[in-house]
Structure formats: structure tokens, C-alpha cells
Design a protein around this ligand. Structure first.
Ligand SMILES: C[S@@+](CC[C@H](N)C(=O)[O-])C[C@H]1O[C@@H](n2cnc3c(N)ncnc32)[C@H](O)[C@@H]1O
Ligand SMILES: [Zn+2]
Ligand SMILES: [Zn+2]
Length: 393
């Protein structure tokens, strides 16, 4: 399938700032990426480009700045100050917003760093720069909806030599959207609520939770199986080990990190005509009109049934929510009633191609950009079922 001049699924070498401009408006279902972090490293293949200034100026660069128009020549992540980095990253993200469908989600994984005092903005040395939140605020000002700050906790984080602060072992994954309404399949990424069961509340007759777990109450209309008992909406703190990948000298995305993002941001099939996602039809659950201010009687059985008939009762007794309802079908979100298409996942800083592999395994199309053509072999290995196109700008 063609998207502008790109074949999906495919990897293209070049500066994503330029490549993004070649994509059609509103064409991508979700973008999941980890851009170069501020002041961390210089990526092979990243050629300096001119940022900002006057496009008609005949720049004369002095220490990478043009004194006539204030343009800066350099590589994303290597800016002399964080303000300039934030500005450049937000300007790339404006292209991401243009190509994202109005119902799409943009997930950005970004890490922080400490001031080394060479910053132009005069934050004294050893200060946390707070880059992720500075980027997030600037994105909001630029028109994005910031819907969630997720924390990726890395139990196997690299040890640091510091002894005057805790070792850094987390990064942010921000969820940005283009509109206040968008596609999000919470059901696809429900997580185990097991921990909820381990919090006995005082006064509950011994054993009733256990019997509930194995046999859902029969008066629970719509809950035909106990398949979902003990599931809950996904939380925003994720404990996932970092991964390295042969040949890549930076941390790559762990698949466990990105797979749920693909699953909650795209439907398994989309409209083949306009690309609209299919929404799950979820069985409605009737919670009844039970009284949540119940007092226990001696009769354990009748208490259990009465309690389970109210949503509030679940909460009061250690469950966060009643059993999640089941998917009973799909509905299209456009007028075409077609389900022959597939969602497209874009990663404009593709690296070793984790997104391509995860998207492909889940039946989604993907598109990857990276400045470094050396990753082509790795990407081919990871996504070998599909032919890979390559375009160098
Ligand atoms: C943090 S890595 C991404 C790793 C990736 N998530 C993975 O799983 O392998 C950032 C990537 O951005 C690429 N890169 C840096 N500047 C770029 C630019 N201007 N355009 C496109 N790619 C760029 C680097 O070559 C590097 O592969
Ligand atoms: Zn100039
Ligand atoms: Zn349609």
C-alpha cells in the first residue's frame, strides 16, 4: 500500500524532519517514538541542518549561529541550550500532528538529563533540567492535548557513579492527542487486578472473595463467564526491563513497552476506504439498584449476592471495579461499513525497528524513518516477512 511516496510497511533513511513533510495529512493512526534526548549523544548519520531564522538569508554561521537571522545549524539533541532543543522537537512534532489522524494518539518516550552548566539558559550545574515536562508544556502550548504522563520504571537501569542523589531509573512516556476525542481501546490492554484481592477489608466474611473469584454471582447480568474477573483499566506506571539489541549502541524500545501502545491506539482492522478505526461493542453490564450502605447480616450467601449487585459495593469491598464486560462485536466509526484496511503505526526515530516488529506481529502496517542507514540490516532481520523499501533523501 502506498502512502504519499512511501510504501507501507517500510523503512526510509533520512532526516525525519524532511521525510515527515512528504506524508499526507491525517493519514497515520498512531505515532510511537523515542526522539534523540537532549545532550546525550550524537547519532551516526545525523547531518547538521539549519533550524529557524530567515529562509532568504545567506547565512554566515559563527559557532553554528547566523548573526544575521538567528538560525542555528546543527543536529537535534546537540543544541547548546535546552530551550532550543524543546523548540526544535516541538517543531518536528507539529509535522507529526499534521500527519496524525484526528482520532490518533502520539506516544513520546523521553528521558531527562542534568545541567552541565554549559547551557545557555544558566541553570546551575547538577540541576535536573526537567526536559520531559518542558517538552510536554511546550507541546500543550503548540496545540496538543496532553492526556497522560506514564512512567516507565526500569528495574535493570544502568548503575550510575553518583553518590549524592538516587540513581535515575525511570523515563516518561507522554500520551498526546490531536483532539479531545480519539480512539483508545482500554479493553485491549486491561491489566490484572490481582493486587486488589489481596487487600481484605475488615468485616468481610472469610472466603467470600475467593468463592466470588471462581464463581461470578449469577445475578450479575451480562457477565457470562469469569474470563475478565480480576481485570482493570491499565495503570500509568509500567515496570519493564530495558533491552539492548545487537549492533545498536543505545537502548532500544522493549517490545513489552510498545506492544500495548499499539494495541490501545489502533483497532485490529480499519476502514479500507477512509482508514477509520473499528470500535469494540462491549456488553453492557447491569449493576442493579442495590444499596451500597449495606450492613453484613449473618447470612453470608445473601450478603454476597446483594453486595455484588452494586458497583459501589465492589469498590467498598476491595475490588476496584466489577468484572469487565465482554466484547460482543465491532462497529465502524465511519459511514462505509468496511473492515478491509489496516492501521498504520509510524516511528520517525525508528532505530533498530522495534515498532516495525511489534506492529507487524500484531497485523498493523508500519512506517519507519531514521537517519542511520546502517540499521537497515537489523530492520530487515526483525521484519523479514515484508519487503522493505528504502529511500534516501
Ligand atoms: C533513541 S533511538 C530510537 C530507538 C528505537 N526506539 C529502537 O527501538 O531501536 C533514536 C534514533 O533516532 C535516530 N535519529 C536521530 N536524529 C534523527 C533525525 N533527525 N531524523 C531521523 N532519525 C534520527 C537515531 O539514528 C536513532 O536511531
Ligand atoms: Zn541567516
Ligand atoms: Zn470509512
Amino acid at each position: 500500500m502506498k502512502l504519499g511516496q512511501f510504501e507501507v510497511s517500510g523503512f526510509y533513511t533520512g532526516n525525519s524532519f524532511e521525510l515527515l513533510k512528504l506524508l499526507p495529512d491525517n493519514s497515520i493512526h498512531t505515532v510511537i517514538t523515542s526522539p534523540p534526548y537532549y545532550s546525550l549523544r550524537r547519532y551516526v548519520g545525523a547531518q547538521p541542518i539549519v533550524w529557524g531564522g530567515d529562509p532568504n538569508c545567506n547565512h554566515e554561521f559563527v559557532s553554528d549561529f547566523c548573526p544575521n537571522c538567528d538560525a542555528w545549524k546543527g543536529v537535534l539533541g546537540n543544541e547548546p541550550g535546552w530551550k532550543l532543543y524543546v523548540k526544535h522537537l516541538v517543531s518536528i512534532c507539529a509535522q507529526i500532528r499534521r500527519v496524525l489522524r484526528p482520532d490518533g494518539i502520539f506516544w513520546m518516550n523521553i528521558g531527562d538529563t542534568w545541567s552541565k552548566q554549559q547551557s545557555l539558559e544558566e541553570i546551575r550545574d547538577k540541576n535536573v533540567l526537567g526536559i520531559p515536562w518542558r517538552v510536554a508544556f511546550a507541546m500543550q502550548e503548540d496545540g496538543w492535548w496532553l492526556r497522560s504522563e506514564c512512567i516507565w520504571v526500569k528495574p535493570n537501569a544502568m548503575p550510575e557513579s553518583v553518590k549524592d542523589r538516587p540513581t535515575d531509573s525511570h523515563e516518561q512516556v507522554f500520551m498526546f492527542t490531536k483532539s479531545n476525542r480519539y480512539f483508545y481501546d482500554w479493553h485491549a490492554v486491561m491489566e490484572d487486578a490481582e493486587s486488589e484481592y489481596r487487600k481484605p477489608k475488615p468485616g468481610i466474611p472469610e472466603g467470600w472473595k475467593q468463592s466470588f473469584l471462581t464463581t461470578p454471582p449469577t445475578n450479575f447480568k451480562g457477565c457470562g463467564s469469569n474470563e475478565f474477573v480480576g481485570k482493570r483499566n491499565r495503570r500509568d506506571v509500567w515496570e519493564i526491563n530495558t533491552k539492548s539489541y545487537k549492533g545498536a549502541h543505545y537502548a532500544v524500545f522493549p517490545k513489552e513497552l510498545v506492544e500495548p501502545l499499539i494495541l490501545c491506539s489502533t483497532s485490529d482492522r480499519v476502514c479500507g476506504i477512509c482508514g477509520a478505526p473499528r470500535k469494540k461493542i462491549i456488553e453492557k453490564t447491569d449493576f442493579g439498584k442495590g444499596d451500597s450502605n449495606t450492613k453484613y447480616k449473618d447470612d453470608e450467601q445473601s450478603n454476597m449476592l446483594r453486595l455484588s449487585s452494586t458497583k459501589q459495593a465492589y469498590r467498598e469491598h476491595g475490588f476496584e471495579n466489577p468484572p469487565a464486560p465482554r466484547v460482543v462485536g465491532f462497529e465502524s466509526t465511519c459511514e462505509h461499513n468496511d473492515d478491509t484496511g489496516r492501521a498504520i503505526v509510524l516511528d520517525p526515530f525508528f532505530g533498530s525497528g522495534t515498532i516495525g516488529e511489534a506492529a507487524q506481529e500484531n497485523g498493523r502496517f508500519w512506517l519507519g524513518f531514521d537517519v542511520n542507514p546502517a540499521y537497515l540490516t537489523q530492520q530487515r532481520e526483525r521484519t523479514s516477512q515484508l519487503s522493505i523499501s528504502m529511500l534516501t533523501l
